[in-house]
Design a protein. Structure first.
Length: 424
């Protein structure tokens, strides 16, 4: 499928199957649109992101546009897609030079085969008058989940004034705002949605959604006063190591069935592109070697954490379960296990499937619950290598012992949960 993305007024390549308007609205039913709310938001704040940051965000938005527009059902194996993506940018020569690295990065995170190319005519707005430079000294992604909450709390405890960036999903906007106001009331909190509107029924894929999150984070980082003075800005991506590595629980949960949106290899590839682009933004995950339970126990402001943690969202099926956390998907299992490791009563208002020990496919025999139990049994009975296998590639990651240890401690937290519910 050939997807092309460009601002209104820039001609699409003639070979385009699905055209997308960047930063605007569709003119015909055969077009898609994405990102219309972003330029007026930054213009209203009188911020001037760098040209390369706009190009990177244009690419990130285009990836999500393609991800939502290309159906998996028509691919030969029912999953792996071949996506030909063409994006309008300000500096096509540079971006075409790093296209092979971008393709490798996208294949890793979505499990698809990508071909990426760039052409001129990209988006670059006129600077506002006057330009405002933000005084925050660091940028932190704030999703509304437990890990990002801890990340923001820890940064403030360390003396930082973080600029907080949220990508809005249905059901979490108010909580994101409440967390930001409570943790760092003097900080700017940017809340935006890509608002992708495909011309066909959406694939509803979430594999590449993190690209826009990173794109908004980089765009925001280039608006800081410190960045304008030549400093490198840390962009904090708070994620526990167990979920970040996302080692498949069973041999059947491989490839993009295990999401990789903060995997260290993915972040490393992304960092190399940002560095080559001259974007002085450093991606950092301070919790790569911590489990979720260890993050809770180590948070620098326990009182504040306990007051807010119940309102966070972890569930991978949140919208599908009526905006109640299901309690049985892998993110929910990791969440519930982390409270046990922390030693604090779980303050989540409710789980739709609270008792994992009940018989049947809705509880004990639900796929994610059974997969977690399988992984625990495999690691306990046959050792770490039997479970981890080749999931951690030393050629990609360097020495992996610390990563393996983190994954095993995370699995041990799941084991405690499953035993507490009588699943194993």
């Amino acid at each position: 499928m050939r997807v092309s993305c460009a601002p209104a007024g820039t001609a699409f390549p003639t070979s385009t199957d699905i055209p997308f308007i960047l930063y605007g609205y569709k003119n015909t039913p055969n077009e898609g649109a994405i990102g219309a709310a972003i330029p007026p938001y930054f213009r209203g704040l009188k911020l001037q992101p760098s040209a390369r940051a706009w190009d990177f965000l244009s690419f990130a938005l285009s990836v999500v546009a393609a991800d939502e527009s290309c159906t998996r059902s028509t691919s030969p194996d029912g999953w792996t897609r071949q996506i030909d993506l063409t994006v309008a940018v300000v500096d096509p020569a540079f971006w075409n030079g790093v296209a092979p690295e971008l393709e490798q990065m996208l294949q890793f995170v979505t499990g698809d085969i990508w071909k990426v190319a760039f052409f001129g005519g990209g988006y670059l707005p006129a600077p506002p008058i006057p330009v405002q430079h933000r005084t925050e000294d660091i940028v932190c992604l704030l999703s509304g989940g437990m890990d990002s909450l801890i990340g923001a709390i820890d940064l403030v405890a360390q003396g930082h004034k973080p600029l907080l960036v949220s990508q809005v999903a249905k059901g979490d906007k108010k909580d994101q705002s409440r967390f930001a106001r409570t943790i760092s009331p003097q900080s700017l909190h940017i809340q935006l949605n890509h608002n992708a509107s495909p011309p066909i029924q959406s694939e509803r894929s979430q594999r590449a959604r993190s690209m826009v999150f990173f794109g908004l984070g980089v765009l925001s980082a280039t608006c800081l006063e410190a960045y304008a003075k030549g400093a490198t800005i840390d962009l904090i991506v708070p994620e526990n190591g167990f979920i970040s590595l996302n080692i498949p629980l069973t041999p059947m949960r491989v490839g993009s069935l295990s999401t990789r949106t903060t995997h260290p290899f993915y972040l490393g590839k992304l960092q190399s592109v940002l560095t080559a682009a001259g974007l002085n933004v450093q991606l950092q995950n301070p919790y790569q070697l911590k489990t979720k339970g260890e993050m809770l126990a180590g948070c620098a402001n326990q009182t504040l954490l306990k007051s807010l943690i119940g309102g966070t969202t972890s569930c991978g099926r949140y919208a599908r379960t009526g905006f109640t956390q299901c309690g049985r998907c892998v993110p929910c299992l990791v969440r519930r296990a982390s409270f046990l490791r922390w030693g604090v009563t779980d303050s989540t208002p409710s789980y739709k499937y609270d008792n994992l020990g009940l018989p049947g496919r809705k509880h004990m025999d639900f796929d994610d619950v059974r997969s977690a139990a399988y992984a625990v049994h495999l690691a306990d009975s046959r050792g770490r290598n039997a479970w981890i296998g080749g999931s951690l590639n030393s050629a990609q990651l360097g020495p992996t012992t610390d990563l393996e240890d983190t994954a095993l401690r995370g699995l041990a937290e799941l084991e405690t949960l499953l035993k507490a519910h009588g699943v194993i």
